[in-house]
Design a protein around this ligand. Sequence first.
Ligand SMILES: [Zn+2]
Length: 71
Amino acid sequence: MKPGRSEPKHFHKGIEIECVLKGNCETHKQGKLYLRKKNQIHEGVNDSKKEVVFVCFTIPPESKENTVYMN
Ligand SMILES: [Zn+2]
C-alpha cells in the first residue's frame, strides 16, 4: 500500500489473515498478524511516508461476492 493510500471500510463473509512484512501505519504494524473475523469491519490507512507491504489470506478466497465495502 503506497503512502497516503487507503482501503475503505469493508468486511468479508469469511476469515481474513493479514501479515505485515514491511512498514508501519495507522492500521498496520510491521511484524504483526491481524485476524479479521467473519463480518468484522476493518480498513487500511497508510498515513506513513513509506510503503506498507502485507500479505492477505482469505478463507474462502476473496472475491467480489464475499467482500462488502461500506460505501
Ligand atoms: Zn479485508
